[in-house]
Every structure is written in structure tokens, then in C-alpha cells.
Design a protein around this ligand. Structure first.
Ligand code: TRP
Length: 439
């Protein structure tokens, strides 16, 4: 069978950007920034995104397009030996992420509906509201299940009809709505304080943990280290420039996170909400601002719809990694793969859905959902990043160099290959050691 390819250049860029832009930008970035002290974290994050993120993404595109295979199959075909294990780490990381991702995404559905049913009112204490909802296990599982079902449906429609078409329709709407919210956010009375927290760095509180958190956020937000960009890269036609694509996707992803911060922090400071409030940050801050706005219910509904859309295009990417694997390597049909793997992710996600107040479920001193997030983002994804760059830099160097420069116009090939060979793997490793307190 002919391999599916993206239908158009813009379709691919939107799909890859759609995979990158998600809860990672709008939910995770603000709350991790808040929990790590604000501006200094933001600056470290941007440095990591451009010095490590872009080269790693390019490495994954190169592996994907030169093999035209899924994350495991690509390593098998290009070299074999133990290398396919890297793809396996990715598949496992993807499952873990999808499992709790769909819980948070389920919250966006609940908040979309609640926008019209009493959430948006000056009399509502949004913290209490959030705590009450997240401690209701049945509701959490219900919305998580709905979200997974929608994801399965889109993946099952296939690369071109499903992922590409949906991304094309949804991504532009998403950016527009966020821009409108930024304008509202920066005109709030607490905006100067919020923006100071967000953009005025204080390096005295930066520790190894802060830097590891920034690295984990970069991998999570850019969908790196788990074979997703290998998989998407395998569908890229030859005439598209890989370096340009890596840059555009990264830039748009960063822009969306930055914009989300301009909405969340002014709001938090206006309403006296702790920016380090944790996973609930956006669900607690935003309803307060909406309650004060004319047509607040509609603003709120639009925002959570936006977040739902962003989450959906990312969840599609998360599921696609393992679907592509069983399709290519085990000859499963797309339908069977999407259904079986989506259901598995749902089941693994149930403890995460219950761990936010329904039952007390802790791991490594964290709530279960946070522990899963830490394990995947701060450990598995960076590990994947180390191996992908080493693979490209040392094992398939010539193939990779050719693949990223088919037009012969890319000028930074030498620097890129050196980043892959040494700088990226070594710095990821050092940040990792520092982050877990071994350095
Ligand atoms: N980048 C996504 C976000 O920011 C989450 C994510 C991580 C992802 N890894 C992925 C999405 C792989 C698709 C594929 O929300």
C-alpha cells in the first residue's frame, strides 16, 4: 500500500503545529511557570527551546522522512540492533502522556458546559468550584471517556481526512480567540504585577529543578522525545524544507505559550490567585475574569472550546504514534488500532482521573497525575531526546545531513550535526542530573 502523505505543505505545518500546541501551552506552561517562580523560568525555557528544541525536532524529522516509518520501525530500518528500543521508550511515554492528558482535556469539556450553567458569576468561588469538580471521580472519568472517544474517532478517519482536515479548520480559530483574550487580560488592573512576575527575572531562586522543569516543558510542548515528530515526519513529502518546518513549528508553539501567559498572569494577580496554584491554575483564574466581562459566559465557552480544540489536535498526535506502529509493523487496520490503543490509554488514565481529590493516590510524594506527568516529561522525553540526537549525530549522520538539505540551501548543517553529536545530548544529560539533585 502507498504510504499516506500530507496533502499540502500548509496541511502538514498545521498538523505538526497542532500536535505541538496543546494543553502544554495553555494549561501546562502557565502552571509550571507559576510553580517555578515566573520570569527566570520563562527565559531559561526560551533558551532551551531554541538551542535544544529546534535541533531535536529537526533530528526527528530527518529520522522520520528518511525511513518513512513509525518511531520503532524507523530505527529498525535505519540501523537495527538495540536502537528500536528508543522508539519503544517513545511509545510508552506517549501512552502515559495520553492517559492523563485526556483527564485534563476532559476538564475543558466540563468547563465549556459549565460556562453556561453557573460557573461564570461573581458569586462563585472558583477554587471551591474546581476542587469540588475534580474530587468527583465519576464526572472526571465520564469527561475523560468522552474526550478519548472523540480522539479515537479522528485518528480512525486517517492522516489526511482526519488529522489534516481538522487541523486546518481548527488551528486558525484557536489563535484568533487567544489574541482576543490577551487584549482583555492586559487591560485588567492587576496586569502590571502579573506581567512583572512573568517577564522580570529573578535568578536567585533558579535551581537544577527549575532548569529540568524548563527542559521537560520544552520536550512536552514541542512533542519531542517520543517519536511523534518521527511519525509526522514520515508523512512529509520531499519538497518541504525540514529546517524551515522545524523552525516554524517551534516558533508558533512558543508564541501560543507566550500569549497564554499574558492572559493567565494578569488575571491571577488581579484576583489574588497564587500563580503557583498547580494543575488547576487556568481553571481557577479564568472563570473569575470571565465573570467580570460583558458576555462572560460566551467568552468562557469560547476559551474552553479553544482549549479543547488544542488538546484534541495534540491527543490525535499522541495516539497516532502507537497507531502508526501497529499499522506498519503488525498490519493492524487503522480502525482496530485506534480503538484498541485509545481504550488502553483510557484505562491507564483512570487512576489519574481519580487522584485529584476522589481518592488519595500518591506516587513519589506527588499526586498520581502529577507523578505521571513528571515521569514522562522530565525523565522519558529527555531520555528519548538524548538517544535521537546521538543516533542522528553518530549513526546516520550522512543520511540525515542529506535528508535535511535536499534543496542544498540550509547553511547550518555543520553546527546542527555537532549539536546532535555532543551539545544536545550532553546538556540534556547534565540538566537531568542537576534536576534530580545529583549535580
Ligand atoms: N505538545 C503537546 C502539548 O503541548 C503534548 C504532547 C507531548 C504531544 N508529546 C506529544 C502531542 C506527541 C502530540 C504528540 O499539549
Amino acid at each position: 500500500m502507498e504510504r499516506e502523505v500530507w496533502n499540502s505543505k500548509i496541511g502538514f505545518l498545521l498538523a505538526a503545529t497542532g500536535s505541538a500546541m496543546g494543553l502544554g501551552n495553555v494549561w501546562r506552561f502557565p502552571y509550571i511557570t507559576g510553580a517555578n517562580g515566573g520570569a527566570a523560568f520563562v527565559l531559561i525555557y526560551f533558551i532551551i527551546v531554541f538551542s535544544i528544541g529546534v535541533p531535536v525536532m529537526l533530528a526527528e524529522f530527518a529520522v522520520g522522512r528518511s525511513s518513512k516509518l513509525n518511531a520503532v520501525g524507523a530505527f529498525k530500518k535505519l540501523k537495527g540492533g538495540k536502537w528500536p528500543v528508543v522508539g519503544w521508550i517513545g511509545i510508552i511515554a506517549g501512552f502515559i502522556i495520553l492517559s492523563y492528558y485526556s483527564v485534563i482535556a476532559g476538564w475543558t469539556i466540563k468547563y465549556f458546559i459549565s460556562s453556561f450553567t453557573g460557573l461564570i458569576s461573581p458569586n462563585v468561588n472558583t477554587t471551591t468550584y474546581f476542587n469540588q469538580f475534580t474530587s468527583n471521580g465519576l464526572q472526571n472519568i465520564f469527561f475523560q471517556a468522552i474526550f478519548i472517544l472523540i480522539t479515537i474517532y479522528v485518528v480512525y478517519l486517517g492522516v489526511e481526512k482526519g488529522i489534516e482536515t481538522w487541523s486546518k479548520i481548527l488551528m486558525p480559530i484557536l489563535i484568533l480567540i487567544l489574541l482576543l483574550l490577551v487584549i482583555r487580560g492586559v487591560s485588567l488592573p492587576g496586569a502590571p504585577d502579573g506581567i512583572r512576575f512573568y517577564l522580570n527575572p529573578n535568578f536567585s531562586e533558579v535551581t537544577g529543578r527549575t532548569i529540568l522543569a524548563a527542559l521537560g516543558q520544552a520536550f512536552f510542548s514541542l512533542s519531542l522525545g517520543m517519536g511523534a515528530m518521527i511519525t509526522y515526519g514520515s508523512y512529509i513529502p520531499k519538497e518541504i524544507s525540514l529546517p524551515k518546518s522545524a523552525f516554524i513549528v517551534t516558533f508558533l508553539d512558543m508564541l501560543l505559550a507566550l500569549l497564554a501567559g499574558f492572559v493567565i498572569f494578569p488575571t491571577a494577580f488581579t484576583f489574588g490567585i497564587e500563580p503557583g496554584a498547580g494543575t488547576g491554575l487556568i481553571f481557577i483564574t479564568l472563570p473569575s475574569i470571565f465573570a467580570l466581562m460583558p458576555f462572560g459566559q460566551i467568552w468562557s465557552a469560547l476559551f474552553f472550546l479553544l482549549l479543547f480544540i488544542a488538546a484534541l489536535t495534540s491527543a490525535i498526535g499522541l495516539l497516532e504514534v502507537s497507531v502508526a506502529y501497529v499499522k506498519d509493523e503488525r498490519n493492524w487496520s487503522r480502525k482496530k488500532a485506534a480503538l484498541a490503543l485509545g481504550t488502553t490509554a483510557f484505562i491507564i488514565g483512570v487512576p489519574s482521573a481519580l487522584s485529584n481529590g476522589t481518592i488519595s493516590l500518591n506516587l513519589f510524594g506527588m499526586q498520581f497525575l502529577d507523578a505521571m506527568d513528571y515521569l514522562s516529561s522530565n525523565i522519558l522525553l529527555p531520555l528519548g531526546g538524548i538517544f535521537v540526537t546521538l543516533f542522528v549525530g553518530w549513526v546516520i549522520k550522512d543520511t540525515a545531513l542529506k535528508e535535511i538539505n535536499l534543496e542544498g540551501k540550509f547553511k547550518f548543517e555543520k553546527s546542527w550535526i555537532w549539536i546532535c553529536r555532543t551539545i544536545a545530548p550532553i546538556s540534556i544529560f547534565l540538566i537531568f542530573l542537576a534536576g534530580i539533585g545529583l549535580l
